[in-house]
Design a protein. Sequence first.
Length: 157
Amino acid sequence: MKNLKLFLDEDEQEDFSLGLVRLTKNIAAHELFYHINNLNPDSPFRRIADIQKIGRYNDYLHICFEAHHCDNKTKTLFIENRSCQTIVKEPQKELFSGEEDVNYLLPLHPDVDYILKTSDDIPDFSLILLPDNLMFPIQDFQLSSNDELFQLIQYYE
């Protein structure tokens, strides 16, 4: 009984792995995913509802694309790091509110264009064929369960 109670008290969530995608040139999202879908006809990416990050003065929308790999039943998300739209709820009254016109999901990595997340939390992104001439190699990244982005991704899954 004592072991069962200790097991049930453990409510801590584990960190998960992401892929950081950097583009070689500035390209529109629909054009990028046109090239990716040409390389992956069996599991094409489609745009789904944008991820919304809610702030005190502004709400931010981040573009999100999703694909389902049929063979291993894995879902893959491409989430744009930089917000595509800012919705102003009310004018900022504080000088240092921390909210800007543009929001980054990974504020310490503004050079990252997309965040890549798989449903099985394995940092192997080799199932997706990516255009070499448009992207640098994907960088593995560990996201802590204490991070705000962790909670946001969990909410949208």
